[in-house]
Design a protein around this ligand. Structure first.
Ligand SMILES: [Zn+2]
Length: 446
């Protein structure tokens, strides 16, 4: 039987009850004012536990330092305060199931809704563990309140035990990760560390250093608009051409619903417009640069082919980069990954590295010169699309074993040879990434 560290459990439940959802449609930074409820609370609590250099930046990130007492590279810990915008996040009522008996989990606020270990093999392994879930009508927000709770619990423990050996540790709690706007261009320099970890992963033992490489594409179709009554031989309907583009693209392959593991995809996720003009929005994903470029080329080819069928229409296809696979940089120096793996083994866990079918704040940080793998928190089943027979959102349970608690050993044997990378080597891009993490069923990276 595995129970939670009481402090970790209390923190997670308290933070999860605070609505701090982000909003993609808002141009503000952070996107929603409610994220300040979490940011200001973190700022106050970090001060309260004795962290140094605590500040809330103008770009909405809380920074703090845990002073070191041993030489070694400064290490960063990051988690995000926002929760996914896809579901109701107001009125979250976390509840703890003690020593789960392995049967179907029901929800106090949603009679009829069940979470069955038959549907979730990872959950099935957790019989006897304590679990935390939402009450049935909201998300739990363990993504990433679990990461915040883990870092805060470890920080308090380290600050209360100043003799525990550690290098300097920098903490950052960022906003808007869920909408791909969590990494401000100033963040890598403000972190001032040699490498960092996001605590934003799932299954216990995961040490992730591969994410998708991601582009976004916008296709604009301009037709010829004319009164339908006088349209014969003159009208060119932009919606028909947009439909042809979608229809010509692969559907039985190269889509999110037909790919898994290390396969990439072309995903059309939005179509808006009229017979006069239509705009299609795509995301392109692949783990390799070549594969990503090929998907962009295919989309452009299809647009050109449809444009050739109707010279009076205008079709433009604009592709812009979002984020890149962090492996490109981390494989040159696996020190941060190796340290995390060693720390996991010391806790009796076998580290697993699965490629993330999405991106993290660490993808952008790594690209910007701050190496940043992603570590597990124990959260599961986050931001699941409502699609079950009962068509209700599935509350994300959190199967966080005791081993999910960060033991403050992570920095203990930091490799002294490690040199800090130059920050800002790659210019940050103004666009964010919209990253969703897929199930942890992908094969191991090579
Ligand atoms: Zn997250």
């Amino acid at each position: 039987m595995t129970t939670f560290c009481p402090e970790l459990e209390a923190r997670l439940c308290r933070y999860a009850a605070i609505d701090s959802q982000s909003d993609e449609s808002s141009p503000a930074q952070p996107s929603t004012p409610i994220q300040f409820d979490m940011l200001r609370l973190m700022e106050a609590e970090l001060r309260e536990i004795g962290a140094k250099d605590v500040r809330l930046t103008e770009y909405g990130t809380v920074l703090a330092t845990i002073p070191g007492n041993r030489p070694g590279p400064t290490i960063g810990f990051l988690a995000h305060v926002d929760t996914a915008p896809q579901f109701n996040a107001t009125g979250v009522k976390p509840r703890v199931i003690r020593g789960w008996n392995g049967g179907d989990i029901t929800f106090p606020d949603a009679p009829g809704l069940t979470l069955s270990p038959r549907d979730f093999p990872y959950l099935a392994e957790k019989q006897g563990h304590d679990l935390i879930t939402a009450s049935g009508t909201t998300l739990l927000g363990a993504d990433d309140k679990a990461g915040i709770a883990i870092i805060m619990t470890a920080a308090r423990h380290l600050l209360a035990n100043p003799d525990l050996p550690r290098p300097e540790i920098r903490i950052a709690f960022t906003p808007d990760e869920e909408i791909g706007r969590g990494v401000d261009p100033r963040l890598p320099a403000d972190m001032a560390c040699a490498f960092a970890y996001t605590f934003d992963g799932g299954a216990v033992g995961e040490v992730e250093y591969e994410s998708f490489s991601a582009d976004a594409a916008t296709v604009t179709v301009t037709g010829v608009s004319i009164h339908p009554g006088w349209a014969k031989g003159k009208m060119v309907n932009a919606l028909h051409l947009a439909a042809k583009i979608i229809d010509t693209l692969p559907q039985a392959t190269l889509t999110p619903e037909t790919t898994d593991g290390r396969e990439g995809f072309i995903h059309v996720y939005d179509l808006q417009g009229s017979s006069a003009e239509a705009v299609l929005r795509f995301i392109l994903r692949d783990f390799e640069r070549d594969g990503l470029a090929a998907k962009g080329a295919l989309l452009q080819q299809v647009c050109a082919a449809i444009a050739a069928t109707e010279p009076r229409a205008q079709i433009t296809c604009t592709i812009r980069p979002q984020y890149r696979n962090m492996r490109y940089w981390l494989e040159n120096d696996m020190t941060p990954v190796d340290l995390a793996r060693r720390a996991a083994r010391r806790q009796g866990l076998e580290p697993v590295s699965v490629p993330i079918r999405g991106g993290t704040d660490g993808s952008r940080l790594t690209e910007m010169g701050l190496p940043c793998p992603n570590l597990f928190t124990g959260m599961q089943n986050v931001a699941k699309t409502p699609g079950r027979a009962d068509e209700r959102p599935l509350p994300p349970p959190l199967a966080l074993s005791r081993a999910g608690l960060l033991r403050p050993r992570l920095g203990r044997r930091a490799a002294p040879r490690y040199r800090r990378r130059p920050v800002g080597r790659n210019r940050p891009r103004p666009d964010g990434h919209s990253a969703r993490r897929g199930p942890a069923t992908a094969p191991q990276p090579p």
